[in-house]
Design a protein around this ligand. Structure first.
Ligand code: C2E
Ligand code: CA
Ligand code: CA
Ligand code: CA
Length: 279
């Protein structure tokens, strides 16, 4: 048993060593990713819960690495945050998502807001306001066509800085969603202090609909809470028609998930919209 333990330890440290090396390699190559045009955005539709009409689009970044293939944001965004590269990447995402939305509008696609994820580090950056204003100006998109998705951890911190920053964003005219709502651990009092527009019900709760009474209670409560505060709700990670039905019956406004579509590359989006109305 002792030897086994030692072997396990050796395997364990080998695995950790591999992970550290992989992380270092990602950090090294990520530095060039924007410049070498290796980042791509995929787009996932957000639809009205009842009519299934398109009401928004979320831009999700991927990294097309020459050796590793398509790298998931879950793998490189945390590294980008730790190294500060998130600023450059985030600015590229903003410009590209807004440009794409403008191109779709010009091509006659439905005119809906583009949702972009904002990291904590971006939120805290002193030049955020200017970066957003410049991206809007450059794209020619009006501010209400941009929706920023902030995770709860960002928004909750009830500091003067957060209050001022959010007020500045609202003044710019962009809309704000709280991403992964329900997974943070703080009081809900910030919902009173900050004018957000939408709560995004986390997919971990959506997964339990029609299976786990506790998840159902949470989803139901979030929808009621949002309603009484005058906020919209969107459920993410909706994969089954049973989940859709629950959400419809409980008054959720919008739906996003594989049931309607996975995130797709830009050139596949127009075709996707034609098939959406069929569900
Ligand atoms: P998120 O913002 O919570 O995005 C939702 C994730 O769930 C996406 O994963 C999406 O592809 C996936 N998803 C959507 N529908 C379903 C479904 O029905 N079932 C399941 N199982 N999954 C679904 P993705 O694209 O891998 O992104 C992961 C995370 O990476 C995002 O989570 C977000 O936190 C971050 N991320 C992605 N793009 C960006 C970006 O441009 N900037 C920043 N800062 N973060 C980003
Ligand atoms: Ca998001
Ligand atoms: Ca989310
Ligand atoms: Ca998430």
């Amino acid at each position: 048993a002792k030897r086994e333990g030692r072997n396990t330890m050796r395997l364990f440290s080998l695995r950790m060593q591999q992970q550290v090396q992989e992380t270092l390699a990602i950090a090294r190559d990520l530095r060039w990713a924007v410049e070498r045009r290796q980042l791509v955005l995929h787009y996932q539709p957000q639809v009205d819960a009842l009519t299934h009409r398109l009401v928004g689009v979320e831009a999700l970044v991927r990294w097309q690495h020459p050796q590793w293939g398509l790298v998931s944001p879950a793998r490189f965004i945390p590294i980008a945050e730790d190294t500060g590269l998130i600023q450059e990447i985030g600015t590229w995402v903003l410009h590209e998502a807004l440009r794409q939305n403008g191109a779709w509008q010009a091509a006659g696609l439905p005119i809906v807001p583009m949702a972009v994820n904002l990291s904590v580090a971006q939120f805290r950056h002193p030049l955020l306001h200017g970066t957003l204003a410049e991206a809007l100006r450059h794209s020619g998109q009006p501010a209400h066509m941009l929706e920023l998705e902030l995770t709860e951890s960002v928004a909750m911190e009830d500091s003067d800085f957060t209050v001022t920053t959010i007020a500045g964003l609202k003044q710019l005219g962009v809309s704000l969603s709280i991403d992964d709502f329900g997974t943070g651990y703080s009081s809900l009092s910030y919902l009173k202090r900050f004018k957000v527009d939408k709560l995004k019900i986390d997919q971990s709760f959506v997964r339990g609909l029609n299976r786990d009474p506790q998840d159902e209670a949470i989803v139901d409560t979030v929808i009621s809470l949002a309603r009484s505060l005058g906020l919209r709700t969107i459920a993410e990670g909706v994969e089954t028609s049973d989940q859709l039905q629950f959400l419809q019956q409980h008054g959720c406004d919008e739906i996003q998930g594989y049931l309607f579509s996975r995130p797709v590359p830009a050139d596949a989006f127009p075709e996707l919209l034609r098939s959406l109305s069929g569900i």
